[in-house]
Design a protein around this ligand. Structure first.
Ligand code: SPD
Length: 392
């Protein structure tokens, strides 16, 4: 019941926050064991498959619970080819080029809005996805900013871009210096970065991941389309460039293995790094931070490409993924909240009580909901980011 209240509060916050800009986001979810299919919950006539029993999926790395794809293959007899991309930019370029060869892709809503408008994605075969009924209506409502009428997108997971730390190493590197009130200082303020470079600072490797958080840090709109704002963000970033050790969008092992003690990363990946370090016998404390000025929410959504060769198999997989037990598995294993309301009840207590996965409503109020960028803004952001990375 408490979670339901939280979900409603979050929805209200997101909807209110999104009134000023493009699209918004959504709420948290719950647990469950994986997946080999329980007795079919139902499409009236059972799943419809394409003649060719193949499905090509393109998703982010470290984003699917172990065994889930194999469980779908076993149940359906469909062979799944599962490839990964590391940035929204990479997926977008592939979609724009056409003939992707993929049936299901998982864009962030910040890019998906333009992809829908550009005709790169086709409407979901909703009549073949009865488990869409499991989705949280509040979350689906927030997605309408990117996908009017919820025709094309359904959440894979959501989370937030934040600061991840190896607290043990960070405290040591800072010496007697106190942790800042605002965790973004750890990655953007020279006073801190000059000390933390010794244990390793990592940034996500993408203009549309770094420039928005940099804009937010300097008090600008994270989704600004104003070139003057990018210039200001570039100037701030230039001051810490020499302290950044690595750029990567797959930094789980870098954090878990000690190559980076502080990172601009994604909440769930930091949680995975923490679990992996523990599995590897490390006693270090690794945490996803909740910066005092807020973190940036994102939504990653399943969508079917316009030229998908196996659209029925795609619908069957989406329906499979939306079973409550599979949705819960995402949160339990990958450390990201799901937008699947029916799945929430099956989330493990230790995951449900982790405030960096199921963020509390009062912190949620501080978070920045997603919006979208114009093509011009993306280009300008790319220029600012490339200049920063090259140290120019
Ligand atoms: N390990 C999977 C991470 C998926 C992250 N997607 C984030 C998109 C943020 N804009």
């Amino acid at each position: 019941m408490k979670k339901q209240v939280l979900a409603l509060a979050i929805s209200a916050i997101l909807l209110a926050a999104c009134g000023k800009k493009e699209e918004p986001v959504a709420a948290p979810a719950a647990p469950a064991p994986v997946a080999a299919a329980p007795a079919a919950p139902a499409a009236p006539a059972g799943p419809v498959y394409d003649d060719e029993k193949v499905l090509n999926i393109y998703n982010w790395p470290d984003y699917v619970p172990e065994g889930m794809i194999a469980a779908f293959e076993k149940e359906s007899g469909i062979k799944v080819n599962y490839d990964t991309f590391e940035t929204n930019e990479a997926l977008h370029a592939k979609l724009v080029a056409g003939n992707t060869g993929y049936d299901i892709v998982v864009p962030g809503t910040v890019f998906a809005k333009g992809q829908i408008e550009g005709g790169l994605l086709q409407p979901l075969k909703k009549d073949q996805i009865p488990n869409l009924a499991n989705m949280d209506p509040a979350i689906m409502a927030t997605l309408t900013k990117a996908d009017p009428e919820n025709k094309h997108l359904v959440p894979w997971a959501w989370g937030f871009t934040t600061v991840g730390i190896n607290k043990t190493k960070v405290e040591k590197a800072l010496g007697g210096m106190a942790m800042p009130e605002n965790a973004w200082d750890l990655v953007f303020k020279p006073e801190y970065t000059s000390k933390l470079k010794s244990c390793g600072i990592a940034y996500l490797d993408s203009p549309t991941e770094i420039i928005p958080v940099a804009l937010h840090y300097i008090g600008k709109d994270a989704y600004s389309n104003d070139p003057a704002d990018y210039k200001a963000a570039g100037e701030m970033l230039a001051k810490v460039r020499k302290d950044v050790r690595l750029f990567s969008s797959t930094m789980i092992d870098d954090i878990a293995g000690g190559k980076a003690c502080v990172a601009i990363g994604w909440s769930g990946d930091v949680n995975i790094a923490a679990a992996r370090a523990t599995e590897n016998g490390s006693k270090d404390v690794i945490e996803a931070m909740l910066p005092s000025t807020g973190a940036l929410i994102f939504f990653d959504t399943m969508a079917v490409t316009k030229d998908a060769k196996h659209p029925n198999n795609a619908a069957a997989f989406i329906d499979f993924y939306l079973r409550p037990e599979n949705a819960a598995l995402m949160s339990n294993e990958m450390g990201y909240p799901t937008g699947n309301k029916a799945g929430v009840a099956q989330v493990k207590p230790e995951i449900a009580s982790n405030k960096t996965i199921f963020v509390e409503a009062d912190y949620f109020a501080k978070m920045i909901p997603p919006s979208s960028f114009t093509n011009e803004a993306r280009e300008a952001m790319g220029n600012t980011y490339n200049a920063f990375k090259k140290g120019k």
